[in-house]
Design a protein around this ligand. Structure first.
Ligand code: ADP
Length: 437
C-alpha cells in the first residue's frame, strides 16, 4: 500500500513542487486564499500579543508578511500592488519590533481595568494599536462592482459624481469643500455596505471597515486613541494618490446616550471621529481620507454629527424594479435559472413588496436550497461512501418554478414595516427643513 500524501498544514491546497525553500512556506494559487492566510496570521498575532507571547506574535507577523509578499506577486493592479507592498513593510516592522522586545503588549485591557483616554501613550503602544487597525482593512471591495447592486441607478450616478468631484484635480486657486464625508441611512439590509464597497472599489481605495458598536465595546478606555490611530493609518495609506475610505457602520451607536459607564467612552470616540473627519488637507490639496457613515437609526444622530455629514443619503427599501434586479443578481447571475414561463422576475418582485435586499437574498438562498435538496437526494449516502464517491458526483440542478417560490413567499415577513419606512423619509425631510431655516 502506498503512503497517503501528507496533508498540507493549512486547509489551502499547496501546489506540489512550488515551495519557497528558503522560508518553507507553501505557495498557493489564488489571491483569496492568500488574503485569508494573511487574516489568519494577523488574528493569531493579535491573540498571541494579548497573551504576552511576544516572540510567537513576531513569528505570526513574519508569516503574514510572507503571505502578503506572495499575494504581491499575483496582484496585477499597480495600486493594489503598492498597497500590498506597504502592508508587507508594516507586518515586517512589527515582527522586527516584537522580536527585539520593543513592544510591550498589554494592549487589550479587559473592561474592568480600563483607563481614560487622556493617558500618555508611548510610540510602541501606538504601534500596537496600528496593528489592530490593520485588521480592519477589508478587501471585500475588490470583488464588489456597481452591477452587483440591484436598483438605485440614479443614486449610483450621483455617488459617482460626488466622489468624482472629491478626487478630481482642483483648478489653481479653487477650493471646494464638503465632498469627503457622506452618511447613508435607511432600513437594515438595503445595500449601504455594498455601496460603500463599490465606491472603494472604483476609487481603488483602502477600505477600513469599522463597526462602531464592536469597536467601542472592545476598546473601552482606548477608543479615542484608536480612532486617531485609524485616521493616521488611513492617511498613511493615501500615499501615491490612492484614497482611503473609513466606513463606520452603526454610527448611531456612538451617539446614543447611555447611563452606563460606557457613555463617556462613546463620547470620547465620537469627539475624536468628528475632529478627524474635519480633515487635515493642506490648503489647495484634496483630503484623500473619506468617511462614510451608515446607520439604521438616523434619529439617534446628534447635530454635531449631522453638521459633519452634510450629505446624507436615504438608502430605502428597494422599489419594484430594484427588487427585480436583486432577484436577477441572486439567481440568474449565479447560474440559478428561473423558468420564466412559470413565473417572471416581475412577478417575483410583486410577490416581495416591502422586503429589503438582504431579505430577498435570503429568500433566493432558501428557494435554491430546497431545489438542491430535491435534486440531490443521494448526497448523504455518497458522503458515507467516501471522499472519492462524492467528488465524482456532479450536483443536479433544474430551473426554479412558481411552486418553488410560493411556499417561501408566504412565510417571509419583512423586518421593516411600512411605518418604519415612512419614519426614515420623515426624518430626512425634517432634518433638511430645519437646516434650511
Ligand atoms: P446594510 O444596508 O445593512 O449595510 P448590506 O449592504 O450589508 O446592508 O446588504 C446585506 C446583504 O443584502 C448583501 O450582502 C446582499 O446580499 C443583499 N443586498 C442588499 N441590498 C442589495 C442590493 N441592492 N442588491 C443586491 N443585493 C443586496
Amino acid at each position: 500500500m502506498s503512503t497517503p500524501p501528507k496533508r498540507p498544514r493549512s486547509n489551502l491546497v499547496a501546489i506540489p513542487g512550488n515551495t519557497d525553500s528558503q522560508k518553507n512556506i507553501p505557495r498557493f494559487y489564488g489571491a483569496d486564499a492568500l488574503q485569508k492566510s494573511i487574516d489568519r496570521m494577523l488574528t493569531e498575532a493579535a491573540s498571541r500579543m494579548a497573551l504576552g507571547k511576544t516572540l510567537e506574535a513576531s513569528r505570526s507577523f513574519n508569516k503574514a508578511a510572507q503571505f502578503a509578499e506572495q499575494l504581491l506577486e499575483v496582484l496585477e493592479d499597480p495600486e493594489e500592488r503598492r498597497s500590498m507592498a506597504l502592508r508587507v513593510n508594516e507586518y515586517r516592522s512589527r515582527a522586527h519590533a516584537l522580536a527585539r522586545g520593543r513592544l510591550d503588549l498589554k494592549r487589550s485591557r479587559p473592561y474592568e481595568e480600563h483607563e481614560t483616554d487622556d493617558q500618555v501613550y508611548t510610540d510602541e503602544e501606538s504601534d500596537a494599536l496600528e496593528q489592530q487597525i490593520l485588521m480592519l482593512i477589508d478587501d471585500r471591495p475588490r470583488h464588489m462592482d456597481w452591477a452587483a447592486i440591484g436598483g438605485m441607478e440614479e443614486l449610483k450616478t450621483e455617488l459617482k459624481f460626488h466622489y468624482g468631484l472629491a478626487m478630481a484635480q482642483l483648478p489653481p486657486g479653487i477650493e471646494i469643500e464638503g465632498w469627503q464625508n457622506i452618511m447613508f441611512y435607511g432600513p437594515p439590509g438595503t445595500g449601504k455596505t455594498l455601496l460603500a464597497c463599490a465606491i472603494a472599489n472604483k476609487l481603488n481605495a483602502t477600505f477600513f471597515n469599522v463597526k462602531a458598536s464592536q469597536v467601542v465595546s472592545k476598546w473601552v478606555g482606548e477608543s479615542a486613541r484608536l480612532i486617531s490611530t485609524l485616521y493616521r493609518l488611513a492617511r498613511k495609506f493615501t500615499r501615491e494618490g490612492r484614497p482611503s475610505i473609513v466606513f463606520i457602520d452603526e454610527f448611531d451607536a456612538l451617539c446614543k446616550s447611555r447611563n452606563s459607564d460606557g457613555q463617556l467612552h462613546h463620547q470620547q470616540m465620537l469627539a475624536s471621529i468628528l475632529s478627524e473627519i474635519d480633515g487635515f488637507a493642506s490648503k489647495g490639496e484634496r483630503n484623500m481620507v473619506m468617511t462614510i457613515g451608515a446607520t439604521n437609526r438616523p434619529w439617534d444622530l446628534d447635530t454635531a454629527v449631522l453638521s459633519r455629514f452634510e450629505r446624507r443619503v436615504l438608502i430605502d427599501l428597494p422599489d419594484r424594479d430594484a427588487r427585480e434586479a436583486i432577484f436577477r443578481i441572486h439567481l440568474d447571475a449565479k447560474g440559478i435559472a428561473v423558468d420564466e414561463d412559470s413565473i417572471t422576475y416581475e412577478e417575483l418582485a410583486d410577490m416581495t413588496a416591502d422586503l429589503s435586499g438582504r431579505e430577498i437574498a435570503r429568500f433566493c438562498k432558501e428557494v435554491t436550497a430546497a431545489m438542491l435538496h430535491e435534486m440531490n437526494p443521494r448526497i448523504p449516502t455518497l458522503v458515507d461512501e467516501g471522499l472519492q464517491a462524492i467528488k465524482d458526483y456532479t450536483i443536479g440542478l433544474r430551473p426554479l418554478t412558481r411552486s418553488d417560490f410560493e411556499p417561501f413567499a408566504d412565510v417571509t415577513v419583512p423586518d421593516t414595516t411600512p411605518a418604519d419606512a415612512l419614519r426614515y423619509a420623515r426624518w430626512g425631510r425634517a432634518v433638511n427643513d430645519s437646516e434650511a431655516m
